[in-house]
Write a protein that binds this ligand. Structure first.
Ligand code: BGC
Length: 767
């Protein structure tokens, strides 16, 4: 039975617009605004092309002799060179040749540029200022993949709100290049760290929550920060997880897997999106009319503006898609890319393209219209200085943000195993050896997207532990090795420390640079030097707790995999140490769940739970020939999507349906009773609802999460959790991209992870 496309996108995302951003929800109307139309009529071609251009804003401080720049922009940097650059930029602002500015280093830059734009240009059109405020500014919250592990979109809404407050106050920003909503199913891709993981539903809920957090209840709010949702589209599907590689996905997979988080973000009120670096089916996203106009504007109904990713319009040349800069400018603008980030090719070539009749002026006008509407929505025509205030820029972040950072960090950590209840450790009476390159490390706490210097240094693991341990003398801290190299005598020192201890905490994992942009890895393992350290320490026979620092799922091996307890610690930001210590010593019980699959080996990538049913399905742990697995390992994960433990043991009762049939127009209640078996610990449980369509006209995933709920259970308590299914939850896209539901038998699970639980079945019936 066909259902509407919009319904499909909504239900496949199951995004409650009502829950996020009442005032901000709804798409930007492109109905003509007389004020803006009047401006467009009065603009010269050069002024129009100027609106399409974004460039790095220079700080007036750079002409001071002792200036330390964050972004190096020229090798022979002297105060005289700096003055020349700054004057040149101001002259171009005055000429109306710049519409957007990016990455201000301080409020002075924003003030000077905006004053120049609104006081010294002919038409007084304000500039719009953007930057990468990904997961923090003055306060650093956990990286997005970590927050996704909370399975609590509301938490991400709150941290995004805090980011917006800090960035608008401190720098006068109007827009952030976030959230990144790329579904990422290949953990070799470094940018997994910036998104919400492998699952479409989780991705869509976090996308909506983050947009709503950045933008706030109303765009009239001084601290409403426009969200620029990125990267459109399917950047996370880069072949073999290699950054900037092309994607080879069908349009159906694009629509079913990669677009729903964008749709959810647009429904939550996002009015800017960023075109991706990658190609899709032979067309670079930034130059694809099919993607940026037919799909984005046509099918998804987006009417906001598209920003290129850093020079991606220029990169059409390297792709071999455009002959030269002029051609690239024409192709990108005609495709539907409205704003060029940093390349400068729009102001350089668009006027002459129009004059030569190679570009219709109406294409340019449409881009300018969208841009001016975005500026209007940002409130800049009402007051270009609404977010810019020297006084607010000087204020420290509210103290509540630090508390929120601690809460977010504790909720992000996933406990993968805890044999013999090794954790939590007692805070006194035990000698602890804290070993590893991340034990006292100060450099790798914030993750790969922290371009601004935060208000205070983030707290390392060792300080968190010291803050709780009652006898400081019981803590011995040994580095043992560097992140990617051994240290002379390091392993011996670590082994001695382990021998003298009752328990070892091994702090291992990836450096900041090992995930993020341009940080794909062929082996997603703990680096060899650290693995050697772990093997030697484990050989002492002492109980070991591994605390991972990571920006992706890792293929854990040997002594790391076999440690008695493992905590996935990501990059947690400002409150890293205290949050981890709270969990290690049991002030808080772990509650995070994996937003992506931890594989057995790197070679399984891409490995995700919602894989298509095979004709020769893998047989669990067996490696029977002629079933779908690699020769050397069974095709199972080490830890499944959705997995995570707390200190309480939680039991799931059977999944039950209130009827055996679901009518196409009706609903079905699916429930299970969840019990906290612990007498001491409260539990926070992420209860996941999965379905499987047994027979369909297109092969369906072995499981698909269609809802989840996070519940709290007091010690000894039970709760019956009920989900209501409708036919829309069971829909999929046909080859013609139309959503459909097909009557027949479905499996349904209420389970603690994508590999657990026993399904029950029901029938979808109807004409
Ligand atoms: C990244 C974007 C980012 C932009 C601006 C690019 O290299 O791909 O995600 O927003 O730079 O910093």
């Amino acid at each position: 039975m066909p259902i509407s496309r919009r319904n499909f996108l909504l239900t496949s995302a199951i995004v409650s617009v009502a829950a996020y951003g009442k005032a901000t929800s709804g798409r930007l109307g492109l109905e003509k605004d007389p004020f803006i139309e009047d401006l467009i009529v009065r603009m010269t071609l050069e002024e129009k092309a100027g609106q399409l251009h974004m460039e790095n804003v220079l700080t007036p401080r750079m002409i001071q002799p002792n200036f330390q720049k964050i972004n190096p922009f020229t090798p022979n940097f002297t105060p005289e060179v700096a003055e020349g650059l700054l004057n040149d930029q101001l002259a171009r602002i005055r000429a109306g040749a710049i519409g957007f500015m990016t990455s201000p280093e301080d409020i002075d830059s924003t003030i000077l540029a905006q004053k120049t734009a609104v006081e010294e240009t002919r038409l007084k059109i304000p500039l719009l200022f953007g930057a990468d405020i990904i997961h923090g500014h003055q306060t650093v919250f956990p990286v997005p993949i970590a927050e996704a592990a909370s399975f609590e979109p509301e938490l991400a809404r709150q941290t995004a709100r805090a980011c917006a407050l800090e960035a608008t106050s401190n720098l006068g920003l109007d827009m952030t290049y976030a959230p990144m909503v790329d579904i990422a199913r290949d953990q070799r891709w470094g940018r997994v760290v910036e998104g919400a993981g492998e699952d479409v539903l989780l991705g869509a809920r976090f996308a909506a929550a983050r947009v709503s957090g950045f933008q706030g209840e109303s765009r009239d709010d001084l601290h409403s920060l426009l969200a620029c949702v990125k990267h459109f589209a399917a950047y996370g599907a880069a072949e073999s997880g290699l950054d900037y590689a092309g994607t080879a996905i069908s349009e159906r997979v694009l629509a079913e897997v990669y677009l729903p988080p964008f749709s959810a973000a647009f429904d939550a009120g996002a009015i800017v999106t960023m075109a991706a670096f990658n190609t899709i089916d032979g067309e670079p996203s930034t130059g694809s009319h099919h993607l940026l106009t037919e799909i984005l504007r046509g099918q998804l109904g987006f009417s906001g503006a598209v920003l290129s990713d850093f020079q991606s319009e220029l990169e059409l040349i390297k792709h071999g898609f455009a002959a030269d800069e002029k051609d690239a400018a024409r192709l990108a603008l005609s495709a539907g890319c409205d704003i060029g980030m940093a390349s400068g090719i729009f102001p350089r070539y668009v006027p002459e393209l129009v004059r030569a009749g190679q570009l219709d002026e109406s294409v340019l006008d449409q881009a300018v219209r969208r841009i001016l509407l975005v500026k209007r929505e940002a409130g800049l025509f009402d007051d270009p200085f609404r977010r810019i205030s020297e006084q607010r820029a000087r204020s420290p972040a509210p103290s509540s943000h630090r508390k929120l950072a601690r809460e977010a960090a504790t909720k992000s950590v996933v406990m993968l195993k805890n044999d013999d209840n090794l954790l939590p450790l007692p805070s006194s009476g035990k000698r602890i050896a804290l070993i590893g390159p991340f034990a006292a490390d100060q450099e790798n706490l914030d993750g790969p997207w922290s371009p601004f210097v935060p208000e205070r240094p983030s707290v390392p693991l060792v300080d968190g532990i010291r803050g709780i341990m009652q006898e400081r003398a019981n803590l011995n801290v040994v580095k043992g090795c560097d992140i990617e190299a051994s240290i002379a005598g390091g392993i011996d020192e670590a082994v001695n420390a382990a021998r003298e201890a009752d328990v070892v905490i091994l702090a291992l994992g990836e450096s900041t640079d090992m995930s993020g942009e341009s940080a794909s890895r062929t082996e997603i393992t703990v680096p060899p030097a650290q693995q050697d350290l772990a093997e030697a320490v484990s050989a002492t026979g002492k109980p070991v707790v591994v605390v991972l620092r990571n920006g992706r799922a890792l293929a854990l091996d040997g002594a790391v995999r076999d440690a008695q307890a493992i905590l996935v610690g990501w990059f947690l930001g400002t409150e890293t140490g205290p949050a981890l210590a709270d969990l290690i010593f049991g002030k808080v019980s772990p509650s995070g769940r994996l937003p992506m699959t931890f594989p057995l080996a790197s070679g399984q990538q891409p490995f995700y739970y919602a894989r298509e049913s095979s004709g020769r399905p893998p047989q669990g742990d067996s490696t029977t020939k002629f079933t779908s697995h690699f020769l050397d390992i069974p095709q199972v994960p080490l830890y499944a999507f959705g997995h995570g433990l707390g200190y309480a043991e939680v039991e799931y009762g059977p999944t039950q349906c209130n009827a055996s049939n679901l009518n196409l127009a009706g609903s079905l209640d699916v429930s299970a009773t969840i019990t906290n078996q612990s007498r001491r610990w409260s539990a926070e449980e992420v209860v996941q609802l999965y379905i499987h369509d047994r027979v369909a006209s297109l092969v369906q995933p072995v499981r698909k999460m269609v809802d989840f709920k996070k519940i709290k259970l007091a010690p000894g308590k039970s709760e019956t959790v009920t989900f209501t299914l409708t036919a829309a939850n069971l829909s999929f896209l046909k080859r013609d991209l139309q959503p459909t539901v097909e009557p027949g038998e479905f499996d349904v699970w209420i389970a603690p992870s994508a590999e657990k639980g026993t399904p029950t079945t029901f029938n979808l019936i109807g004409a």
